[in-house]
Design a protein around this ligand. Sequence first.
Ligand SMILES: NC(=O)c1ccc[n+]([C@@H]2O[C@H](COP(=O)([O-])OP(=O)(O)OC[C@H]3O[C@@H](n4cnc5c(N)ncnc54)[C@H](O)[C@@H]3O)[C@@H](O)[C@H]2O)c1
Length: 344
Amino acid sequence: MHSPYSSIRVAVVGAGIGRAHVEGYLAAGAQVATICDLSPDKAQALAQKWNIEPHIESDFAAVLADDSIDAISLCTPNSLHAPMAIAAMHAGKHVLCEKPLALNAENAQSIADCALETGRVCMVSHVLRFRDDTLELKRRAAEIGDIYYGRTMARRQNGIPKWGGWFTQQRLSGGGPLIDTGVHILDLAWWLAGCPAPVSASGVAYAKFGPQQRHLGAGGAENLSGTFDVEDLAAGLVRFENGLSLHFEASWAINANGDERFCHLHGTNGALLWDDAPKFVGEDGTVEALTQGAGSAWRREMEHFLSCVQSGATPNPDAAQGVMMMRMLDALYLSAREGREVAV
Ligand SMILES: NC(=O)c1ccc[n+]([C@@H]2O[C@H](COP(=O)([O-])OP(=O)(O)OC[C@H]3O[C@@H](n4cnc5c(N)ncnc54)[C@H](O)[C@@H]3O)[C@@H](O)[C@H]2O)c1
């Protein structure tokens, strides 16, 4: 297959969700030149899965020192995003950074500043923006008029990830389900609604099950003598300058009857309903079933990043949008701690 990206050499750092990045780059026709993980076995297993022979590396500094690498996908724990992204851009690499962009808005801003200073492309990986169904909703968004209210849900009933590992430690993750899965769905709603400026936020956060090691996810525990100091459920509301309000719930653990994920946006002329069966609802109540499923979302995301690397265009989303999202999350966490609405 001829690809316009065949000369771009990428390093994927972190071999967890990094597997999806490798898949996307290969489908886009770029070269996965290096896979880096603290565990070389994990990196090697990922290479074998795709039947490729990249350089296997365990030392991120060596990836930075390799002048043949053009771009880096950062798929490491959240606390490493800012130091690694900044070091990568200073080393001349373009960066695709997994969500959330950083632990907090201050860290995220230092990434955005570095992107401006170095002129490197810095994109936040929000794969929900690249699905078949969400792209169709985005194309139809203008038809529903003024989008003034949205409800989003990222509910896991029994889904605490790897208890005692980095996900459940505040200093490594920045928080629980709000910053983990909630950020996906809030970003989707915000993007579909045209990314208006946030004004204020009101949030609540609970840890009713995590500290007791209840409602663990399918992966079980990473370290039962470890720490759980994040929330296991967060909910709240963000208000925007244009009058939009977005309501959300994000949980890893809740007594309920199953998992649920949706993003419903309501406008003055209709509604965009994203869930297992995405729909467009007209003013007169007519319901149109839309495209279902992700399609080649990872390929599309990587193609977009690679095209920005080639052209220098601003990526979707760029680091500035990543900062704005982190400001919303920071405000929601502060609101939950202080029990009041706070400015974003
Ligand atoms: N977009 C999505 O759908 C999605 C899905 C899962 C995770 N994520 C994000 O991706 C990131 C990673 O999550 P994950 O679930 O893959 O976590 P993970 O713990 O499964 O994998 C992280 C990997 O990074 C490696 N690593 C840690 N420190 C390293 C270092 N200094 N150098 C090289 N490798 C290092 C670890 O060994 C591990 O293999 C997180 O930011 C998470 O929020 C995104």
